[in-house]
Design a protein around this ligand. Sequence first.
Ligand code: AMP
Length: 381
Amino acid sequence: MSHHGRIIPPGATLGVLGGGQLGRMFAIAARRLGYRIHIFCPEADSPATPVADRTFVAPYEDLDPVRAFARTVDVVTFEFENVPSATSDACSEVVPVRPAGRVLHITQQRLREKGFLRDHGFPVTPFRAIHSLEDLVSATRELGLPGVLKTASFGYDGKGQRTLRSATELPEAFTGLGGTEGIYEAFVDFAQEVSVVGARTVEGQFAAFPVFENVHAHHILDVTVSPARITPELEAAARELSRGILEALDVVGLLTVELFVTRDGRLIVNELAPRTHNSGHLTLDACVTCQFEQQVRAVCGLPLGSTELKQPAAMANLLGDVWNGGPPRWDQALSNPRLKLHLYGKASPRPGRKMGHITATANSAEAAIEAVRQARSSLQA
Ligand code: AMP
């Protein structure tokens, strides 16, 4: 039976693969619109569970529980893209999966992802597949040093990647891949990192949020601000790039494009995520429609909401490190009455673990950044 073009109305049940903070915030948005939410994830105490109607706990590889989950929902979407293809395929035998398993398959492996982008004319840095030390030696000869060596699969937040600066590092770096497939990328001398969260419906309606400018610390997103400090031309080009990529992949749902802005003002795609994104969290407090509601609308066949940014805004992540000196001083941070606090309900604040975020709106991007930085440091003061 074809599900195409059918609206999945409020009151229906939405299924989510993954139970992290993105699933939690999706569930909250979906509930606000009157949907029921079922989560499938391997962990028993996931952040999404307390706000979901039902959680199925089993490994992604256990296809019987996956099918049982799929039979209880009207559509399946993702908050975590590194699920096996067999898992999304098993779901799609029962209900629509949005975005489709094919999108997941391409975006969960860097060589497939960059190959797809390059073959469709989207700008990516030159890259080579690495299966042997000889591959790495010739890749660095052809593309030059420095460059970035990454594991082709299952990398995020800088895990499994290192910057190579000299030929003497190559043997050790290759060993560091641990026998898995690698990708060597020419180094991008970027001035800024930005991202675009785009949404597309079954009918092909498209909407992108304003461009987010991202600052990383230790390979993890630290602060996002919007509007990005880029020219209007670059802002428009980034949003058009997002439209082109969602159309080329035939995405139904959300997809985030992470981009470099080079020092000479060009856009280069770094990676894709077929879902909501950490950099989009400020939409909860600063946009007419948040990224999670937009995901609900897109996967349910409803018209997309306005992505208008009502005011400049900045978001700062709260990692487990904020707990190092004892319980954070929430009272001090919230003494700024414009500050919005979001915590994900995670019990143990391990260093580097994303525990929550704060958002501030202000009259300028700079003032918003200053407000979240000040509030975050006051948590430990
Ligand atoms: P990724 O895991 O691909 O998202 O990369 C994490 C971070 O490493 C990016 O946000 C960049 O700051 C940096 N990075 C990744 N690839 C490159 C590259 N080819 N050139 C320069 N910096 C990079």
